[in-house]
Write a protein of this length. Structure first.
Length: 94
């Protein structure tokens, strides 16, 4: 999704703010925070993802590349540690 702002008056911005608040309220519970670590190098990366049907989580490739420990934090405060993640699929060739 892309939002372009140009020459917006006060009324347009107010409407946009209301629309974004509605989208955030609806989509918010499906957004997760991701912390990915590479234990050998000590590198830590942070990102976000979206929960899809079936419990799959979609995120960007750069978060998962060269990581060996992932922690997810859900919007309700629950934490899913690496030992509860049953698999990871990355298509690093595309």
């Amino acid at each position: 999704m892309a939002i372009l702002l140009g020459g917006c008056g006060k009324d347009s911005l107010q409407s946009l703010e209301e629309d974004l608040a509605g989208v955030t309220k609806e989509a918010g519970p499906s957004v997760v925070s991701i912390m990915a670590k590479n234990e050998s190098s000590g590198e830590v990366k942070f990102g976000s993802g979206v929960i899809l049907n079936g419990g799959f989580i979609l995120t960007t490739e750069n978060i998962l590349t060269n990581t060996d420990n992932i922690t997810l934090k859900l919007q309700d405060g629950r934490v899913i540690n690496d030992d509860k993640i049953v698999g990871m699929f990355c298509d690093f060739e595309t």
